[in-house]
Write a protein that binds this ligand. Structure first.
Ligand code: PFF
Length: 464
């Protein structure tokens, strides 16, 4: 029987020995990857900003027509090849060796994203402690910004929490695909759903909750600018964790008899539902206590602690619950990013899974710590005018994911054999794939064009 540490042949399975044990486990792991910081601190804010219900409508179109199409594409490439990105492309097109560079770019993108992700996840972990021990509840509203700014500028405290978060992530990866990733996701995702629902109930039963609900949902097409439309597409890709090879690796773990279309549909719907629920949990409470809506760190580390303080003693419980929820969401996303890099290293070197995990974790800690220190000791260190965190953020939001995503859809749409794609989607002819012609059209024409628009407008805007 293969064990987690024997290298028997040259596929990912050799070291991870199995994929996910069940469809449910596969869906929980992929939903875990998808539901992350992006759902909780970004989606609700941009939805409110760009016209509420109007934005949601556009988002739904993008998330199902482009995001889900990319997810199916990555699952097909991954499950058919049973490899990590570089070899996955080669396996599906052995005569075109150059495609392996797209795979390397995907792995590099994961490394850049996780290095930035663990910084924010570390802040979140610190805020669990800060709210549990009463530090946050002792602060006045006007002091929240100062508290946050001095924390992130501290020479070692944010690095310590980044280290704690990354090591927890690494331990789960060391547990393996089934006993680590799948087992943890099957527990954490239902817990996460319960936490969001509890926070939703608290939020919508506060006085004047309707103002927040109106801000979130009432459709205002005048606020839906071109910028809003592009934000919807960028968010759809980031939120589904597509465009950087993560779903190629998870695709290689999906059971052979799973229906890729249905699995992708369920993941996409769950991710979107949780993003909307996060908005319902946050904005009615923000408006109820007379705070201004915000996104990103400002929302999570400044506005929300003020909101929790306004709730009296019980606010501490909700604060701990919220930061715990955010850390769980971040953890299952970080797991998928780390797994992609570890599985790749394990497959392409002679290192075992355990050694690969240690090597990759050290690399993530090093880059992550440098990004974290960009707010403190390294704030004078600039690359092209940006501090290191902002530089990596630009790579991660403007350049790398759209480039990888364009490459991936072009690969499947124009390089793979149509029959092979149908064979994989239909589980070798056992499932009906009546949707195929729509999927094929979206992947060949619509997705590449939309992604090119995102890439070029992103570049143009960043240069202005
Ligand atoms: N989907 C995650 C979020 O919404 O926060 C972010 C993410 C995770 C992106 C994993 C990419 C990835 F591979």
């Amino acid at each position: 029987m293969p064990t987690a540490t024997t290298k028997t042949n040259n596929t990912i399975m050799s070291d991870n020995n199995q994929g996910f044990s069940s469809s449910f486990g596969a869906i929980m792991a992929a939903v875990g990857s998808a539901v992350g910081l992006g759902n909780i601190w970004r989606f609700p804010y941009i939805m409110g900003k760009y016209g509420g219900g109007a934005f949601l409508l556009v988002y739904l179109v993008f998330v199902f027509m482009i995001g889900m199409v990319l997810m199916m594409t990555e699952f097909v490439i991954g499950r058919r090849s049973q490899h990590t990105p570089p070899k996955a492309f080669l396996h599906n097109r052995p005569d075109k060796k150059g495609w392996k560079y797209l795979g390397y770019l995907c792995v590099f993108t994961c490394l850049m994203i996780i290095s930035q992700y663990v910084v924010i996840s570390g802040w979140t972990t610190h805020y669990i402690v800060d709210s549990a021990v009463g530090t946050l509840s002792s602060l006045q509203a006007g002091d929240m910004a100062q508290h946050f700014n001095s924390f992130v500028a501290h020479p070692w405290l944010p690095v310590l929490f980044l280290l704690i978060f990354t090591i927890i992530t690494a331990f789960i990866i060391l547990g393996g695909v089934q006993k680590g990733i799948e087992a943890v996701s099957k527990i954490l995702m239902p817990v996460l759903l319960v936490l969001v629902l509890v926070l939703c109930v608290r939020s919508i039963t506060l006085p004047n909750a309707s103002i927040g609900l109106k801000y979130l949902f009432s459709p205002d097409f005048s606020k839906l600018s071109g910028e809003g439309i592009l934000a919807a597409l960028g968010q759809a890709l980031f939120s589904l964790s597509v465009g950087m090879g993560t779903m190629i690796v998870y695709g290689s773990y999906i059971p052979a008899n799973d229906n890729i279309f249905k699995t992708s549909l369920m993941i996409t719907a769950s991710d979107t539902l949780i993003a909307v629920l996060a908005g319902v949990a946050i904005f009615p409470a923000v408006f109820s206590f007379g705070q201004e809506p915000a996104g990103g760190p400002g929302l999570v580390f400044q506005v929300l602690p003020t909101v929790f303080n306004s709730m009296g003693n019980i606010g501490t419980v909700f604060a701990v619950m919220f930061f715990f929820l955010l850390a769980l969401a971040a953890l299952t996303s970080a797991i998928s990013l780390l797994e992609t890099i570890v599985a790749w290293l394990c497959e392409s070197s002679s290192l075992k899974r355990s050694s690969s995990t240690i090597v990759v974790t050290i690399a993530v800690l090093a880059i992550g710590a440098l990004c974290s220190m960009a707010y403190g000791p390294l704030k004078e260190f600039l690359i092209l005018g940006d501090n290191l965190f902002d530089f990596v953020d630009k790579l991660n939001s403007i350049y790398l994911p759209p480039i990888c995503a364009i490459g991936t859809v072009i690969f499947l749409g124009w390089q793979m054999k149509k029959d092979d794609i149908i064979d994989e989607l239909s589980n070798h002819g056992t499932l009906k794939v009546g949707y195929f012609k729509y999927y094929y059209f979206l992947v060949r024409f619509v997705a590449p064009i939309a992604l090119l628009v995102v890439l070029f407008t992103g570049i143009i805007n960043s240069l202005q």
